[in-house]
Design a protein around this ligand. Sequence first.
Ligand SMILES: Cc1cc2nc3c(=O)[nH]c(=O)nc-3n(C[C@H](O)[C@H](O)[C@H](O)COP(=O)(O)OP(=O)(O)OC[C@H]3O[C@@H](n4cnc5c(N)ncnc54)[C@H](O)[C@@H]3O)c2cc1C
Length: 396
Amino acid sequence: MSQSLSVAVVGGGIGGLTSALCLARRGHRVHLLEQASAFVEAGAGIQLSPNATKVLLQLGLGDLLAAVCVQPEATHIRNWRSGRQISQTPLGKTAQTRYGAPYYHAHRGDLIKLLADAAESEPNIDIQLGTRLEDFSQSDDGVTLTAEGQSQRWDVMVGADGIHSLVRAKLWGEQQADFTGNMAWRMLVPIEGLPSEIAVPKTSVWWGPGKHFVHYLVSGGRYMNCVCVVETDTWHAESWTESGSVAQLRADFGGWHEDIQTLLAQADESTLFKWGLFDRPPMDSWSQGRVTLLGDACHPTLPFMAQGAAMAIEDAVILANCLTGQTDVARALQRYAQLRRNRTARIQRGSRRNAKVFHMSGIQAWFRDKAASRAGQQAMDGLYRYDPLLVGLDAP
Ligand SMILES: Cc1cc2nc3c(=O)[nH]c(=O)nc-3n(C[C@H](O)[C@H](O)[C@H](O)COP(=O)(O)OP(=O)(O)OC[C@H]3O[C@@H](n4cnc5c(N)ncnc54)[C@H](O)[C@@H]3O)c2cc1C
């Protein structure tokens, strides 16, 4: 028997918005709460791999995505100092054929706008901006949420409220996220100032001792998005992001290849930010009764496989698959977490491992480089062949 549920989704990031859309398209009534007064995304670029774009295409967002994204031709890994090519793995049409959906680079603002516009025009979704979840309680029949002093009751609650998740803390107790020993500089460079050999539609990844540098085009090719990662023992900032000085960034990457120096020469302090990179150990389960979690709220990960948002997008469709046609909500939520646990834990651990692999030096780096082409293709196949649209459809 098909049953339409009322679902409160807490958080309007990439995960929460995608979840709202997936649930609404299955006929559920969704109430989306976001604490910010508008939908916003911090940072600039995001890589969207085929395992995630499969979901966005199914939501009917394919043409809109194609209009704002860049489709990279390849992932290109290079040596930090000499620029020597370590490996090159084709993306573009090859990836689209191999994995059944495109690989895209997007500006986060474009992605969020496209998801928010789709949610706003969806009759089954009711959006409440500027509303912070404060508390909740649940019984066998429903979940009561308290936000801005008002209480409302729903059949299900999804905590898509990010790495600092209040929903997670209330269910499993307050726990500090782990500083991973890495920080990232993030900046956008306008394409006009760059030579044509740098402004190519590729994911360029430079591996160096204790650091790496990633750059790719976003916003229809108008900007180069740069993520520059540096190992550091401490992260003192109270906030997880802080503005940074161009001089410090240039000092961090002093001695790196001239292409990197060309990019750094264009760094603009007003758009430069430093991020402490945090994660948490994998959880065994993240559903309790009628409440579950999604995205960074349950499996925050280092960005070194570019899969955090992709995991949230996969969660969204699999949660909708699990809930649809089920009368036992608590059981459906347990099943959702069970179906997601191993894959997301592998990605959390793999991203931690990549932090070491990308930053190797000496003989270790030499062995790593020899194996890079084959290892890279294998890793991509494991990640991108996965089809979340098919997971959780079969009733247990
Ligand atoms: C440097 C860097 C690069 C990355 N690159 C990639 C990449 O290339 N590809 C990729 O797939 N991933 C990437 N990621 C990871 C990705 O950004 C995250 O995994 C993803 O954005 C998580 O989405 P989310 O919706 O789960 O959480 P969030 O984006 O954190 O959204 C949570 C939302 O909940 C709201 N909220 C929180 N608490 C409450 C409350 N109590 N009440 C109401 N609202 C609340 C917040 O305001 C926010 O809008 C990267 C991350 C970093 C740091």
